[in-house]
Write a protein that binds this ligand. Structure first.
Ligand code: FAD
Length: 415
Protein backbone atom coordinates (compact mmCIF):
# COMPACT_ATOMS: atom_id res chain seq x y z
CA UNK A 1 0.00 0.00 0.00
CA UNK A 2 1.31 3.48 -0.92
CA UNK A 3 1.65 5.45 2.30
CA UNK A 4 3.43 8.72 1.52
CA UNK A 5 3.75 10.99 -1.52
CA UNK A 6 6.71 13.10 -2.74
CA UNK A 7 7.22 15.22 -5.83
CA UNK A 8 10.42 13.30 -6.52
CA UNK A 9 12.01 10.15 -5.14
CA UNK A 10 15.70 9.77 -5.97
CA UNK A 11 17.08 6.25 -5.59
CA UNK A 12 20.83 6.26 -4.86
CA UNK A 13 22.93 8.85 -3.03
CA UNK A 14 26.05 8.87 -5.24
CA UNK A 15 27.12 12.05 -7.09
CA UNK A 16 24.29 11.78 -9.65
CA UNK A 17 21.51 11.23 -7.13
CA UNK A 18 22.76 13.86 -4.69
CA UNK A 19 23.03 16.41 -7.51
CA UNK A 20 19.48 15.84 -8.73
CA UNK A 21 18.09 15.75 -5.18
CA UNK A 22 19.90 18.96 -4.19
CA UNK A 23 18.80 20.94 -7.24
CA UNK A 24 15.19 19.76 -7.32
CA UNK A 25 14.90 20.50 -3.57
CA UNK A 26 16.44 23.93 -4.20
CA UNK A 27 13.65 24.61 -6.69
CA UNK A 28 11.31 24.11 -3.73
CA UNK A 29 9.93 20.65 -4.46
CA UNK A 30 9.48 17.82 -1.98
CA UNK A 31 12.32 15.34 -2.51
CA UNK A 32 13.18 12.02 -0.86
CA UNK A 33 16.69 10.64 -1.42
CA UNK A 34 17.06 6.92 -0.63
CA UNK A 35 20.48 5.30 -0.19
CA UNK A 36 20.91 1.64 0.67
CA UNK A 37 24.33 2.05 2.34
CA UNK A 38 25.28 4.03 5.43
CA UNK A 39 27.76 6.75 4.37
CA UNK A 40 30.72 7.06 4.38
CA UNK A 41 31.18 4.01 2.17
CA UNK A 42 33.91 3.00 -0.31
CA UNK A 43 33.41 3.82 -3.96
CA UNK A 44 35.77 3.74 -6.92
CA UNK A 45 36.05 6.75 -9.26
CA UNK A 46 38.37 9.17 -7.49
CA UNK A 47 39.78 11.37 -10.24
CA UNK A 48 37.62 14.27 -11.37
CA UNK A 49 37.56 16.15 -14.67
CA UNK A 50 37.93 19.94 -14.61
CA UNK A 51 34.51 20.21 -16.24
CA UNK A 52 32.92 19.26 -12.89
CA UNK A 53 33.70 22.83 -11.72
CA UNK A 54 30.50 24.25 -13.19
CA UNK A 55 28.29 21.69 -11.47
CA UNK A 56 30.06 22.31 -8.15
CA UNK A 57 29.58 26.04 -8.64
CA UNK A 58 25.86 25.59 -9.15
CA UNK A 59 25.64 23.20 -6.18
CA UNK A 60 27.45 25.75 -3.97
CA UNK A 61 30.31 23.34 -3.24
CA UNK A 62 33.32 25.24 -4.58
CA UNK A 63 34.37 26.72 -1.24
CA UNK A 64 34.05 23.37 0.55
CA UNK A 65 36.20 21.73 -2.11
CA UNK A 66 38.82 24.47 -1.93
CA UNK A 67 39.04 24.05 1.86
CA UNK A 68 39.08 20.24 1.70
CA UNK A 69 42.12 17.98 1.93
CA UNK A 70 41.43 16.59 -1.55
CA UNK A 71 44.56 16.67 -3.73
CA UNK A 72 44.54 19.28 -6.50
CA UNK A 73 44.78 17.85 -10.01
CA UNK A 74 46.37 20.05 -12.69
CA UNK A 75 47.08 17.50 -15.37
CA UNK A 76 46.92 14.03 -16.82
CA UNK A 77 49.91 12.19 -18.26
CA UNK A 78 50.05 9.09 -20.45
CA UNK A 79 52.85 6.47 -20.57
CA UNK A 80 53.42 4.13 -23.50
CA UNK A 81 54.05 0.39 -23.19
CA UNK A 82 57.80 1.07 -23.30
CA UNK A 83 57.47 3.40 -20.30
CA UNK A 84 57.90 6.66 -22.22
CA UNK A 85 55.83 9.48 -20.77
CA UNK A 86 53.91 12.00 -22.88
CA UNK A 87 54.23 15.65 -21.98
CA UNK A 88 51.64 16.20 -19.21
CA UNK A 89 48.37 17.76 -20.40
CA UNK A 90 48.23 20.79 -18.07
CA UNK A 91 44.64 21.98 -18.11
CA UNK A 92 45.37 25.55 -17.00
CA UNK A 93 47.82 26.16 -19.86
CA UNK A 94 44.91 25.63 -22.18
CA UNK A 95 42.60 27.92 -20.21
CA UNK A 96 44.10 29.84 -17.25
CA UNK A 97 40.89 29.92 -15.19
CA UNK A 98 40.38 28.28 -11.79
CA UNK A 99 37.97 25.83 -13.44
CA UNK A 100 41.05 24.18 -14.97
CA UNK A 101 42.12 22.87 -11.56
CA UNK A 102 40.21 19.91 -10.23
CA UNK A 103 40.52 17.26 -7.50
CA UNK A 104 41.45 13.69 -6.68
CA UNK A 105 38.83 12.72 -4.10
CA UNK A 106 38.39 9.99 -1.56
CA UNK A 107 34.89 8.99 -2.64
CA UNK A 108 33.70 8.06 0.85
CA UNK A 109 34.26 11.68 1.94
CA UNK A 110 33.26 13.28 -1.36
CA UNK A 111 29.98 11.40 -1.68
CA UNK A 112 29.12 12.20 1.95
CA UNK A 113 29.79 15.89 1.25
CA UNK A 114 27.45 15.76 -1.74
CA UNK A 115 24.73 13.93 0.15
CA UNK A 116 24.96 16.41 3.06
CA UNK A 117 24.59 19.20 0.51
CA UNK A 118 21.38 17.65 -0.82
CA UNK A 119 20.05 17.50 2.75
CA UNK A 120 21.08 21.12 3.43
CA UNK A 121 19.19 22.19 0.31
CA UNK A 122 16.03 20.57 1.63
CA UNK A 123 16.00 16.97 0.42
CA UNK A 124 14.89 14.37 2.96
CA UNK A 125 17.66 11.76 3.08
CA UNK A 126 17.26 8.19 4.28
CA UNK A 127 20.27 5.87 4.45
CA UNK A 128 20.15 2.12 4.97
CA UNK A 129 17.08 2.32 2.71
CA UNK A 130 17.30 -0.13 -0.16
CA UNK A 131 14.75 0.16 -2.95
CA UNK A 132 14.04 -3.31 -4.18
CA UNK A 133 11.11 -2.48 -6.39
CA UNK A 134 9.90 0.41 -8.51
CA UNK A 135 6.10 0.38 -8.79
CA UNK A 136 4.59 0.86 -12.23
CA UNK A 137 1.02 1.43 -13.32
CA UNK A 138 1.15 0.37 -16.94
CA UNK A 139 4.23 2.20 -18.30
CA UNK A 140 4.13 4.88 -15.64
CA UNK A 141 6.40 4.73 -12.60
CA UNK A 142 4.38 5.58 -9.53
CA UNK A 143 6.50 4.78 -6.48
CA UNK A 144 8.99 2.51 -4.79
CA UNK A 145 9.15 -0.22 -2.19
CA UNK A 146 11.90 0.32 0.39
CA UNK A 147 13.49 -2.24 2.67
CA UNK A 148 15.19 -0.67 5.68
CA UNK A 149 18.16 -2.16 7.52
CA UNK A 150 15.90 -3.33 10.36
CA UNK A 151 13.78 -5.32 7.90
CA UNK A 152 10.90 -2.84 7.83
CA UNK A 153 9.27 -2.51 4.40
CA UNK A 154 7.57 0.66 3.23
CA UNK A 155 5.94 1.90 0.01
CA UNK A 156 6.25 5.52 -1.09
CA UNK A 157 4.80 7.25 -4.11
CA UNK A 158 6.10 10.16 -6.19
CA UNK A 159 5.32 12.06 -9.38
CA UNK A 160 8.86 11.37 -10.59
CA UNK A 161 11.20 8.48 -9.78
CA UNK A 162 14.88 9.18 -10.45
CA UNK A 163 17.06 6.11 -10.86
CA UNK A 164 20.54 7.07 -9.63
CA UNK A 165 21.49 3.57 -8.47
CA UNK A 166 24.79 3.53 -10.36
CA UNK A 167 25.72 0.23 -11.92
CA UNK A 168 22.78 -1.48 -10.19
CA UNK A 169 20.75 0.30 -12.92
CA UNK A 170 17.49 -0.70 -11.27
CA UNK A 171 15.05 0.55 -13.91
CA UNK A 172 17.00 -0.11 -17.11
CA UNK A 173 17.66 -3.70 -16.00
CA UNK A 174 13.99 -4.22 -15.20
CA UNK A 175 12.77 -2.66 -18.44
CA UNK A 176 15.60 -4.27 -20.43
CA UNK A 177 16.69 -0.96 -21.95
CA UNK A 178 20.32 -1.60 -21.00
CA UNK A 179 22.75 -2.31 -23.84
CA UNK A 180 26.31 -3.52 -23.28
CA UNK A 181 29.02 -1.74 -25.30
CA UNK A 182 30.30 -4.88 -27.09
CA UNK A 183 33.79 -3.65 -27.94
CA UNK A 184 34.45 -2.39 -24.42
CA UNK A 185 34.03 -5.58 -22.43
CA UNK A 186 36.54 -4.70 -19.73
CA UNK A 187 37.43 -5.66 -16.19
CA UNK A 188 39.42 -3.94 -13.50
CA UNK A 189 41.38 -4.93 -10.39
CA UNK A 190 42.25 -2.15 -7.94
CA UNK A 191 43.32 -1.17 -4.44
CA UNK A 192 44.94 1.69 -2.48
CA UNK A 193 48.63 2.02 -1.53
CA UNK A 194 50.30 4.10 1.12
CA UNK A 195 53.77 5.52 0.51
CA UNK A 196 53.90 5.12 -3.28
CA UNK A 197 56.29 7.43 -5.11
CA UNK A 198 54.66 10.66 -6.21
CA UNK A 199 55.92 13.57 -8.26
CA UNK A 200 56.45 16.97 -6.75
CA UNK A 201 54.98 20.42 -7.14
CA UNK A 202 52.32 20.89 -9.75
CA UNK A 203 52.70 17.24 -10.88
CA UNK A 204 51.97 15.83 -7.43
CA UNK A 205 48.25 15.54 -8.14
CA UNK A 206 48.46 14.30 -11.73
CA UNK A 207 46.47 11.32 -12.90
CA UNK A 208 48.81 8.90 -14.66
CA UNK A 209 47.62 6.44 -17.29
CA UNK A 210 50.27 3.79 -17.98
CA UNK A 211 50.07 1.12 -20.63
CA UNK A 212 51.63 -2.27 -19.98
CA UNK A 213 54.26 -3.60 -22.40
CA UNK A 214 51.98 -5.07 -25.09
CA UNK A 215 49.12 -2.63 -24.44
CA UNK A 216 46.90 -5.53 -23.30
CA UNK A 217 46.10 -3.59 -20.16
CA UNK A 218 46.76 -0.24 -18.51
CA UNK A 219 47.16 1.11 -14.99
CA UNK A 220 45.76 4.22 -13.37
CA UNK A 221 47.65 6.04 -10.65
CA UNK A 222 45.57 8.58 -8.73
CA UNK A 223 47.30 10.36 -5.83
CA UNK A 224 44.95 10.95 -2.88
CA UNK A 225 45.43 12.80 0.42
CA UNK A 226 47.47 11.33 3.32
CA UNK A 227 50.07 9.78 1.00
CA UNK A 228 47.52 7.28 -0.34
CA UNK A 229 47.35 6.40 -4.04
CA UNK A 230 44.55 4.63 -5.88
CA UNK A 231 46.01 2.13 -8.32
CA UNK A 232 44.11 -0.12 -10.68
CA UNK A 233 44.62 -2.17 -13.79
CA UNK A 234 42.07 -2.35 -16.63
CA UNK A 235 42.02 -4.87 -19.47
CA UNK A 236 39.72 -6.94 -21.65
CA UNK A 237 37.49 -9.15 -19.52
CA UNK A 238 38.70 -12.33 -21.24
CA UNK A 239 42.34 -11.25 -21.08
CA UNK A 240 42.32 -10.09 -17.47
CA UNK A 241 39.95 -12.50 -15.73
CA UNK A 242 38.46 -15.23 -17.86
CA UNK A 243 41.52 -16.82 -19.39
CA UNK A 244 43.67 -16.88 -16.27
CA UNK A 245 43.47 -19.27 -13.35
CA UNK A 246 44.93 -16.81 -10.87
CA UNK A 247 43.73 -14.77 -7.92
CA UNK A 248 43.09 -11.05 -8.52
CA UNK A 249 46.22 -10.31 -6.47
CA UNK A 250 48.34 -12.58 -8.70
CA UNK A 251 46.89 -11.11 -11.91
CA UNK A 252 47.51 -7.57 -10.67
CA UNK A 253 51.14 -8.47 -9.86
CA UNK A 254 51.65 -10.15 -13.25
CA UNK A 255 50.39 -7.04 -15.02
CA UNK A 256 52.47 -4.82 -12.76
CA UNK A 257 55.57 -6.70 -13.83
CA UNK A 258 54.77 -5.56 -17.39
CA UNK A 259 54.52 -1.91 -16.40
CA UNK A 260 57.90 -0.71 -15.29
CA UNK A 261 56.94 2.89 -14.47
CA UNK A 262 54.09 1.73 -12.23
CA UNK A 263 56.25 -0.92 -10.61
CA UNK A 264 58.84 1.74 -9.75
CA UNK A 265 56.19 3.91 -8.10
CA UNK A 266 54.88 1.07 -5.95
CA UNK A 267 58.25 -0.26 -4.79
CA UNK A 268 58.17 -0.20 -0.99
CA UNK A 269 54.55 1.00 -0.81
CA UNK A 270 52.05 -0.70 1.50
CA UNK A 271 48.88 -2.19 -0.02
CA UNK A 272 45.97 -0.99 2.13
CA UNK A 273 43.24 -3.54 1.34
CA UNK A 274 42.73 -6.73 -0.69
CA UNK A 275 42.26 -6.29 -4.44
CA UNK A 276 38.73 -5.39 -5.53
CA UNK A 277 37.41 -6.60 -8.87
CA UNK A 278 34.77 -5.16 -11.16
CA UNK A 279 33.74 -5.98 -14.72
CA UNK A 280 31.27 -5.28 -17.55
CA UNK A 281 30.99 -1.61 -16.74
CA UNK A 282 30.53 -0.23 -20.27
CA UNK A 283 26.84 -0.01 -21.13
CA UNK A 284 24.06 2.43 -21.78
CA UNK A 285 20.28 2.49 -21.59
CA UNK A 286 18.59 3.10 -24.93
CA UNK A 287 16.51 5.86 -23.37
CA UNK A 288 17.09 8.40 -20.61
CA UNK A 289 13.50 8.58 -19.40
CA UNK A 290 10.00 7.13 -19.51
CA UNK A 291 6.61 8.05 -18.09
CA UNK A 292 7.30 9.23 -14.53
CA UNK A 293 10.92 8.09 -14.44
CA UNK A 294 14.36 9.30 -15.44
CA UNK A 295 17.88 7.83 -15.32
CA UNK A 296 20.98 9.76 -14.22
CA UNK A 297 24.69 8.93 -13.86
CA UNK A 298 25.78 5.32 -14.16
CA UNK A 299 22.15 4.21 -13.90
CA UNK A 300 21.88 5.59 -17.43
CA UNK A 301 25.32 4.53 -18.62
CA UNK A 302 29.07 4.43 -18.13
CA UNK A 303 31.77 4.34 -20.76
CA UNK A 304 35.19 3.50 -19.34
CA UNK A 305 37.49 4.61 -16.51
CA UNK A 306 40.33 5.87 -18.74
CA UNK A 307 39.49 9.59 -18.93
CA UNK A 308 37.89 9.88 -15.47
CA UNK A 309 34.60 10.94 -17.03
CA UNK A 310 32.17 9.04 -14.74
CA UNK A 311 31.60 11.63 -12.00
CA UNK A 312 31.54 14.46 -14.56
CA UNK A 313 28.76 12.73 -16.50
CA UNK A 314 26.96 11.86 -13.26
CA UNK A 315 26.93 15.52 -12.18
CA UNK A 316 26.02 16.80 -15.64
CA UNK A 317 23.13 14.38 -16.15
CA UNK A 318 21.99 14.96 -12.57
CA UNK A 319 21.89 18.70 -13.21
CA UNK A 320 20.16 18.50 -16.58
CA UNK A 321 17.58 16.02 -15.30
CA UNK A 322 16.85 18.29 -12.29
CA UNK A 323 15.94 21.16 -14.63
CA UNK A 324 13.69 18.93 -16.75
CA UNK A 325 11.99 17.56 -13.62
CA UNK A 326 11.38 21.05 -12.22
CA UNK A 327 9.86 22.16 -15.52
CA UNK A 328 7.76 18.97 -15.60
CA UNK A 329 6.42 19.59 -12.09
CA UNK A 330 5.55 23.19 -12.98
CA UNK A 331 3.68 22.05 -16.10
CA UNK A 332 2.34 18.87 -14.50
CA UNK A 333 3.95 16.99 -17.39
CA UNK A 334 5.69 13.76 -16.37
CA UNK A 335 5.95 12.30 -19.85
CA UNK A 336 9.12 10.70 -21.23
CA UNK A 337 9.45 13.66 -23.62
CA UNK A 338 9.51 16.16 -20.75
CA UNK A 339 11.63 14.22 -18.23
CA UNK A 340 14.08 13.13 -20.92
CA UNK A 341 14.22 16.37 -22.91
CA UNK A 342 17.86 16.85 -21.89
CA UNK A 343 18.94 13.57 -23.55
CA UNK A 344 19.64 14.92 -27.05
CA UNK A 345 21.73 17.74 -25.55
CA UNK A 346 23.61 15.49 -23.13
CA UNK A 347 24.38 12.60 -25.44
CA UNK A 348 26.80 14.25 -27.89
CA UNK A 349 29.20 14.95 -25.01
CA UNK A 350 29.07 11.32 -23.91
CA UNK A 351 29.59 10.26 -27.53
CA UNK A 352 32.74 12.39 -27.81
CA UNK A 353 34.22 10.69 -24.75
CA UNK A 354 33.18 7.28 -26.08
CA UNK A 355 34.96 7.87 -29.38
CA UNK A 356 38.13 9.00 -27.65
CA UNK A 357 37.95 5.84 -25.52
CA UNK A 358 37.82 3.70 -28.69
CA UNK A 359 40.90 5.52 -29.99
CA UNK A 360 42.73 4.78 -26.71
CA UNK A 361 42.00 1.07 -27.05
CA UNK A 362 43.17 0.90 -30.68
CA UNK A 363 46.54 -0.79 -30.25
CA UNK A 364 48.32 0.83 -33.19
CA UNK A 365 46.84 4.28 -32.63
CA UNK A 366 49.07 6.91 -31.04
CA UNK A 367 47.73 10.24 -29.79
CA UNK A 368 51.21 11.74 -30.19
CA UNK A 369 51.33 10.75 -33.88
CA UNK A 370 47.75 11.88 -34.45
CA UNK A 371 48.32 15.30 -32.89
CA UNK A 372 51.59 15.72 -34.78
CA UNK A 373 49.76 15.05 -38.04
CA UNK A 374 46.75 17.15 -36.98
CA UNK A 375 47.85 19.95 -34.66
CA UNK A 376 44.52 21.67 -35.33
CA UNK A 377 42.93 18.89 -33.19
CA UNK A 378 44.93 19.57 -30.02
CA UNK A 379 42.33 21.90 -28.50
CA UNK A 380 39.53 19.45 -29.25
CA UNK A 381 41.37 16.57 -27.55
CA UNK A 382 42.27 18.67 -24.50
CA UNK A 383 38.70 19.90 -24.25
CA UNK A 384 37.45 16.32 -24.04
CA UNK A 385 40.07 15.46 -21.39
CA UNK A 386 38.86 18.48 -19.40
CA UNK A 387 35.17 17.67 -19.78
CA UNK A 388 34.49 20.61 -22.11
CA UNK A 389 32.73 18.11 -24.31
CA UNK A 390 30.19 20.52 -25.75
CA UNK A 391 32.72 22.92 -27.31
CA UNK A 392 32.62 23.45 -31.05
CA UNK A 393 36.17 22.21 -31.61
CA UNK A 394 35.37 18.72 -30.24
CA UNK A 395 33.33 17.02 -32.98
CA UNK A 396 35.64 17.95 -35.92
CA UNK A 397 38.55 15.92 -34.48
CA UNK A 398 36.78 12.63 -35.20
CA UNK A 399 36.90 12.92 -38.98
CA UNK A 400 40.73 12.87 -39.18
CA UNK A 401 40.97 10.55 -36.16
CA UNK A 402 38.64 8.08 -37.88
CA UNK A 403 41.20 7.81 -40.68
CA UNK A 404 43.80 6.56 -38.21
CA UNK A 405 41.61 4.21 -36.12
CA UNK A 406 38.21 2.52 -36.08
CA UNK A 407 35.72 4.77 -34.32
CA UNK A 408 32.20 3.64 -33.42
CA UNK A 409 29.11 4.92 -35.20
CA UNK A 410 27.48 7.81 -33.38
CA UNK A 411 24.43 6.77 -31.36
CA UNK A 412 21.91 9.57 -31.79
CA UNK A 413 18.45 8.05 -31.36
CA UNK A 414 17.86 9.20 -27.79
CA UNK A 415 14.86 11.14 -26.65
C1 FAD B 1 37.19 0.67 -12.41
C2 FAD B 1 36.51 2.01 -12.42
C3 FAD B 1 37.25 3.17 -12.23
C4 FAD B 1 36.63 4.42 -12.28
N1 FAD B 1 37.39 5.56 -12.12
C5 FAD B 1 36.79 6.76 -12.24
C6 FAD B 1 37.52 7.98 -12.08
O1 FAD B 1 38.73 7.98 -11.81
N2 FAD B 1 36.86 9.14 -12.20
C7 FAD B 1 35.51 9.21 -12.45
O2 FAD B 1 34.95 10.31 -12.57
N3 FAD B 1 34.79 8.07 -12.57
C8 FAD B 1 35.39 6.87 -12.46
N4 FAD B 1 34.63 5.74 -12.54
C9 FAD B 1 33.17 5.87 -12.70
C10 FAD B 1 32.49 6.32 -11.40
O3 FAD B 1 32.74 5.34 -10.40
C11 FAD B 1 31.00 6.43 -11.64
O4 FAD B 1 30.75 6.97 -12.91
C12 FAD B 1 30.30 7.32 -10.60
O5 FAD B 1 30.47 6.81 -9.32
C13 FAD B 1 28.82 7.41 -10.96
O6 FAD B 1 28.09 8.05 -9.95
P1 FAD B 1 26.57 7.65 -9.72
O7 FAD B 1 26.05 8.60 -8.69
O8 FAD B 1 25.87 7.53 -10.99
O9 FAD B 1 26.63 6.18 -9.13
P2 FAD B 1 27.31 5.60 -7.82
O10 FAD B 1 28.46 6.41 -7.41
O11 FAD B 1 27.53 4.15 -8.07
O12 FAD B 1 26.20 5.77 -6.71
C14 FAD B 1 25.03 4.96 -6.74
C15 FAD B 1 24.49 4.85 -5.33
O13 FAD B 1 23.23 4.16 -5.39
C16 FAD B 1 23.12 3.30 -4.27
N5 FAD B 1 22.17 2.25 -4.63
C17 FAD B 1 22.33 1.26 -5.53
N6 FAD B 1 21.23 0.49 -5.60
C18 FAD B 1 20.35 1.00 -4.69
C19 FAD B 1 19.04 0.64 -4.29
N7 FAD B 1 18.42 -0.42 -4.83
N8 FAD B 1 18.42 1.37 -3.32
C20 FAD B 1 19.04 2.45 -2.78
N9 FAD B 1 20.30 2.84 -3.12
C21 FAD B 1 20.94 2.12 -4.08
C22 FAD B 1 24.55 2.77 -4.09
O14 FAD B 1 24.74 2.30 -2.78
C23 FAD B 1 25.38 4.02 -4.41
O15 FAD B 1 25.70 4.76 -3.25
C24 FAD B 1 35.24 4.50 -12.51
C25 FAD B 1 34.50 3.33 -12.69
C26 FAD B 1 35.12 2.11 -12.67
C27 FAD B 1 34.29 0.87 -12.89
Amino acid sequence: MISDHYDVIVIGGGPAGSTTAALVAEYGHRVLLLEREEFPRFQIGESLMPGTYWSFKRLGLLEKLKKSAFVKKYSVQFFSGSGKGSAPFYFHLHDPHESSITYQVLRSEFDLMMMDNAREKGAEVKQGASVHQVHFSGDKATGVQIRYRDGQIKDMSASVIVDATGRSALISRRLKTKTIEPKLKKASIFTHYKGAFRDEGIDEGATLILHTQDKDSWFWYIPLADDVASVGVVGGLDYLLQNRKRTPQEIFEEELAKCIRMEERLAGAEQLFPMKVTQDFSYRSNTVAGEGWVLVGDAFGFIDPVYSSGVFLALKSGEMAADAIHEGIEKCDFSAGQLGKWGPEFLPGMEAIRKLVYAFYTKDFSFAKFLKAHPECIDGVINILKGNVYREDVTPIFEPMGQMCDLPETVDHYS
